[in-house]
Design a protein around this ligand. Structure first.
Ligand code: ATP
Ligand code: MG
Length: 576
């Protein structure tokens, strides 16, 4: 079935279509009985780095399809390159897939198939469909030709079956050094698709493998391995990103030549996101060169990074649903991801009190020693989440930004002579501004109205502003880390456009640390990973790495301002 004639929608971020093209293919296959009603997908990461948001799209697609159609999805480690792979990555990938909310039906490793892959390669040699080439890697590259010129046959292309078999066996036995020979498929050096010009299937690598140890010194290449692994596992729909479109011909060729069970490969557009990079190679560089603080740095688009920042998996699943699936590459606005994070946290995150940039307020008519406790709901729309008492006293902290000495006309927060509500407590009026020698405001003297207890006036007098606050004597301190975009350019990789290397696009202000903020008492003991909204400020999460009991570090997960929701309301979403 040709799956490529559907027109591309304008962008991945267009409103969710009822059924994307892959689901339509699955349903058509189920209708015609092509796979006897089976749906069996796989998520096949190479364990050479941590998973990122692009992988989340592939995870949601593969595991999601299996879930929706009562099928199965395997987790398969595509571990054919021992130089770059490790068990640390294998473990992190399992953690991330589980965190995303999915369970695999089977967990496999391409390295489990090394013996079978080897036997299949001998079969191809016996059929005259593979040969041992003794050119150097460089010679092979030059002889491959270009898009406009055919390649040139290798001088070793016509070796006899016996010679090929003998050499291949001796490659396996370790008789040759790295690079001495490779095994190539014998297809057509003039093929219009360069992938088909006698692709390399095996190379010699005297390198131990993280799972097979020293058992092998020849390793199969991705294209050869992937299709056979899919076939052995009985995969039905082999879904991959668009850059593998040209490789589909080889996928089909290998399985046809081996007369093997033959899944259908279908390509979809990879996720690209503004102001970040989604490529393991680049992410490894950021981590290894120390531009960020490890794979789980909250600024990174890795799944471990966004998890540490406090992003719930549900927000990522909803994001993947909203971006949909398309067949042409495009760029998704990172504001859409932020929107999904806010949408999820707005519904689920408890509200808490914190003051990031404190300004002292003294309530001059409030008794010195008095403390009153007010009940604060954990969530304004979810009474089932309960309440907790917060203390009110004569000396308070409010946010510096909530006071302006020269307030403009429509300033509803505190200003000299103005009255505001302290949330759930009292109305207060600013009567005096205290400054230091340099003229900075260091304290406000205010009076409170005892008739407004709970934050409501008995005489029906209204105030427009409601501020968050903390009792100075009871507040605890903590550190807050405010994160911003990691890159200043929309597409850091687009050198043609901005003339810079991607590292030169890094945002020097992507992390801003507030070493001492004030938090309500209960938060001091919050467990690592706890996410809440600091009322009127932002969503924050207790950092899992740097927090100690009683001394939490808070990562800003997302701000409250939603630029995406506005665009969407204006009907502009998905247009650019
Ligand atoms: P990278 O380009 O970041 O190195 P990769 O494609 O090499 O990624 P793999 O480990 O091979 O990473 O990917 C596992 C699966 O995830 C593949 O099926 C791949 O197509 C898919 N995938 C990787 N990146 C993206 C992305 N940005 N969007 C959607 N799917 C992706
Ligand atoms: Mg890859």
């Amino acid at each position: 079935m040709d799956t490529r004639d559907t027109a591309c929608p304008p962008t991945d971020s267009a409103p969710v279509q009822p059924k994307d093209f892959i689901r339509l293919i699955v349903e058509e296959d189920n209708r015609t009985g092509r796979w006897d009603g089976r749906v069996h997908t796989r998520f096949p990461p190479e364990p050479n780095g941590y998973l990122h948001l692009g992988h989340a799209k592939s995870i949601c697609l593969n595991f999601g399809l299996a879930r929706e159609y009562g099928g199965k999805c395997n987790l398969r480690f595509d571990d054919t390159n021992p130089l770059k792979e490790s068990d640390e990555y294998v473990q992190s990938i399992q953690r991330d897939v589980t965190w995303m909310g999915f369970n695999w039906d089977g967990m496999y490793y391409a390295s489990d198939y090394f013996e079978q892959l080897y036997q299949f390669a001998e079969q191809l040699i016996l059929k005259g469909k593979a040969y041992v080439d003794s050119q150097t890697a460089e010679e092979i590259r030059t002889a491959r030709g270009t898009l406009t010129e055919p390649g040139v046959n290798s001088p070793w292309r016509d070796r006899s079956v016996e010679e090929n078999l003998d050499l291949f066996r001796r490659m396996r036995a370790g008789e040759f050094p790295d690079g001495a020979h490779v095994l190539r498929a014998k297809i057509d050096m003039a093929h219009p698709n360069i992938v088909m010009r006698d692709p390399t299937m095996y190379r010699i690598r005297h390198t131990p493998h993280h799972r097979t140890g020293n058992a092998w010194c020849i390793y199969p290449l991705y294209d050869y391995t992937h299709c056979i692994s899919d076939s052995l596992e009985g995969i039905t729909h082999s879904l991959c990103t668009l850059e593998f479109e040209n490789n589909r011909a080889l996928y089909d060729w290998v399985l046809d030549e081996l007369d093997a069970y033959h899944p259908q490969q279908t390509e979809f557009a990879r996720l690209n996101l503004t102001y970040t990079v989604l490529s393991k190679r680049r992410l490894i560089q950021l981590v290894e060169e120390g531009h960020v603080d490890g794979w789980d740095d909250p600024r990174l688009p890795t799944l471990s990074g966004v998890r540490r920042r406090g992003v719930p998996a549900a927000a990522l699943r909803s994001f993947c649903e909203k971006i949909g699936l398309a067949r042409c590459d495009n760029m998704v606005d990172i504001a859409l991801l932020d929107h999904c994070i806010r949408e999820e946290l707005n519904a689920t995150a408890p509200r808490a009190m914190a003051v990031l940039k404190p300004l002292k307020v003294t309530i001059t008519n409030y008794p010195e020693e008095q403390v009153e406790w007010f009940d604060f709901p954990w969530h304004p729309e979810k009474p089932e989440m309960g309440t907790r008492p917060l203390p009110f006293s004569r000396t308070l902290w409010i946010e510096q930004d909530d006071f302006r000495e020269d307030a403009p006309r429509k300033w509803f927060r505190l200003a000299p002579g103005k009255e505001v509500r302290l949330r759930y407590a009292y109305y207060i009026t600013c009567t005096e501004v205290v400054k230091d020698d340099a003229g900075n405001v260091v304290e406000l003297k205010c009076t409170y109205d005892p008739e407004t207890k709970g934050g409501w006036s008995k005489d029906g007098r209204k105030v427009k502003g409601t501020l968050h606050w903390l009792s100075a004597a009871h507040a605890k301190t903590a550190e807050a880390r405010l994160y911003d975009r990691l890159f200043l350019e929309e597409n850091p990789m687009d050198k043609k456009r901005h003339g810079k290397e991607f590292l030169e696009c890094l945002n020097p202000e992507s992390l801003h640390i507030l070493p001492s903020i004030f938090i309500e008492p209960a938060l001091a003991e919050a467990a690592p990973g706890f996410v809440c909204q600091f009322e009127r400020l932002a969503y924050f999460c207790v950092d899992t790495r740097h927090s100690a009991p009683g001394a939490p570090v808070f990562n800003r997960t997302a701000t409250l301002k939603d630029s995406w929701a506005k665009t969407e309301r204006a009907g502009l979403a998905g247009e650019g």
